[in-house]
Design a protein around this ligand. Structure first.
Ligand SMILES: Cc1ncc(COP(=O)(O)O)c(C=O)c1O
Length: 552
């Protein structure tokens, strides 16, 4: 009897001891977004089970159960488009075919332009080519002499127009030529760059790196070093470069054990930040304001029409303020990763735009004046890489090419030009301008009865589709045929440089509407009341399961 009582007692003690752990685990689970994107480990497991299959020539045109006349229209249009591509992009495509076998990046981007079921057929017939030979104004020119409006934005680097960056590079190179590519010591241009970056960021110190990924790595390492805590928090769907700890899900073969992926703009996340003691930093990529909790909107995942986006500046600002307050309260380092949005939203970046200050800020892309760069700005106490009282306990960060004179030269020109009236005037009414352009385009699309819309965060745009369809990814090929160049992620990300004049934009809008109209005329937007986004996803799931059993 006594023994049983003791056992009960011990059991009760054990439960009592475990309760806080269970509670904290539960809180963490509640702060995860219900999607696969919110569950990195699960997403990797699921991804590893997805079997390959693709559509043959017949299924390619009718996988949504469209009637014969629509299928015939699609087939005829595809043949026409394939012929147009073959003739118009002949040289660009030929060099791409000859080169891609030796360039893994080209193979990857070609394969993942569209959902994998369609990829082989598309690669065989719609070859646009991966090469361009010149760029100027807002136009690109390929090897065949075709001209395109540039909507790629050079992955976000191109804020002020390609000529601006050519000039930064040329002038910067002239400034540092006497020293040349000498590494280890600093060219004097570094001094003014540091001064200017301190003013822009409102922070004490600066470190230079070679890419945005490296800048993020360093910011997180510093946060861990100074807080002596292990974990970083990133928000569901947010991209911070390809370093393993910030890419815990699909794409990284190893799990990231010291990363929490939490829900953006959600009170459950704030609870976790308030309670846990192992969180060193919170990483914010303000681009997520356009599509909180969703991953980069690439067309390879455009399986149906559920992609949506909407930017609510007031709500996102309120969220950042809450984050700021909790991070201050809990001594968590708040990192703004402005590699993408820095200098695009406001001269002082996202900190100025949202009116919220971070402890560390990363910049990159455009700041190099067209050359590769990553920058961390931070409070002095956080940037320090050694401890006065523990000389062997250092936070190491070096890089052969950090502060490369040519990059620093181009950056100096970039930062000087940021001060000019011409550049300042570009930021006046910037959001109003791009919001109006987006609204007008949306109105035209609606009036024409086309199931395509855009959403934007200033000059960063994304396309979404309002009628359930399995063929939305075809839009990128119609856009190209109309002379609009997109990056390999397709219609998910259109990036405008700020030198787009009203006439340039009007031309883009005309072509955009014409592309959507052509796509609709050709039967790709066909829908049926039984064809819903849900039924599409279910259908794909059935195909995957059938294929899995077949391979087993
Ligand atoms: C927010 C953000 N952080 C980091 C990176 C990584 O920068 P990089 O490609 O220069 O390594 C990117 C790149 O797109 C980014 O958008």
């Amino acid at each position: 009897m006594e023994e049983t009582m003791m056992l009960y007692g011990l059991g009760a003690l054990a439960v009592a001891a475990l309760l806080p752990k269970i509670k904290s685990r539960l809180e963490l689970s509640l702060a995860k977004h219900p999607s696969l994107t919110g569950h990195s480990r699960m997403a990797r497991r699921v991804a590893a089970q997805v079997p390959f299959y693709d559509y043959d020539d017949a299924k390619f045109f009718c996988c949504d159960g469209a009637p014969d006349d629509v299928v015939a229209r699609r087939r005829a249009a595809f043949t026409r488009l394939a012929l147009l591509y073959r003739e118009r992009y002949a040289q660009s495509a030929a060099l791409t075919t000859a080169t891609a076998g030796g360039v893994s990046d080209m193979q990857f981007t070609a394969a993942y332009r569209v959902p994998f079921q369609f990829s082989r057929h598309v690669r065989e017939h719609l070859r646009g080519g991966a090469f361009m030979q010149s760029a100027g104004g807002v136009m690109l020119c390929d090897l065949d002499g075709n001209r395109f409006y540039d909507l790629t934005g050079s992955y976000g680097v191109n804020v002020f127009g390609v000529d601006f960056y050519k000039e930064c590079i040329d002038e910067g190179a002239a400034r540092v030529r006497a020293l040349g590519p000498l590494l280890g010591s600093f060219h004097p241009v570094v001094a003014s760059n540091v001064q200017r970056l301190r003013e822009i960021s409102g922070l004490d110190e600066v470190s230079f790196h070679m890419s945005g990924t490296e800048a993020v790595m360093q910011a997180v390492r510093l946060a861990r070093y100074h807080t002596r805590r292990s974990h970083l928090v990133r928000f569901c769907g947010a991209y911070h470069g390809w370093w393993g700890d910030v890419q815990p899900g699909v794409g990284n073969p190893q799990p990231a054990h010291e990363t929490y992926t939490l829900k953006d703009m959600d009170a459950a996340t704030l609870r976790v930040l308030r309670r846990r003691r192992d969180i060193a930093c919170v990483l914010v990529n303000p681009l997520q304001a356009l599509h909180p909790n969703a991953g980069a909107p690439g067309d390879s995942s455009l399986l149906d029409s559920s992609r949506r986006a909407h930017f609510d500046r007031a709500r996102y600002t309120a969220w950042l303020r809450e984050l700021r307050a909790i991070c201050t309260e809990r001594n968590i380092v708040l990192i703004f990763d402005e590699v993408f949005v820095g200098f695009r939203l406001a001269p002082g970046g996202a900190q100025e735009y949202f009116g919220v200050r971070a402890d560390l800020v990363t910049y990159g892309k455009t700041l190099g004046g067209g050359l590769p760069v990553g920058v961390v700005c931070g409070r002095a106490a956080l940037m320090k890489r050694y401890r006065d009282d523990r000389p062997a306990d250092i936070c190491f960060a070096r890089g052969t090419f950090n502060s490369h004179p040519y990059v620093m030269g181009a950056m100096q020109v970039f930062l000087e030009r940021m001060e000019t009236r011409a550049v300042h005037s570009l930021y006046e009414n910037l959001d109003a301008l791009w919001d109006t352009r987006a609204q007008q385009l949306n109105q035209r699309l609606r009036e024409a009865g086309l199931p395509v819309q855009v959403a934007n965060l200033s000059s960063i745009w994304t396309v979404f589709y309002t009628r359930p369809s399995r063929y939305n990814w075809m839009f990128q090929f119609y856009l190209r045929a109309e002379g609009l160049a997109l990056s390999w992620v397709g219609s998910g990300r259109l990036i405008f440089s700020l030198n787009y004049s009203a006439a340039d934009f009007a031309a883009v809008a005309d072509r955009f509407v014409a592309a959507a109209q052509a796509m609709q005329n050709d039967g790709w937007c066909w829908s049926h009341e039984q064809l819903t986004n849900r039924s599409i996803r279910r259908g794909i799931l059935r195909e995957l399961i059938a294929q899995r059993f077949k391979t087993l």
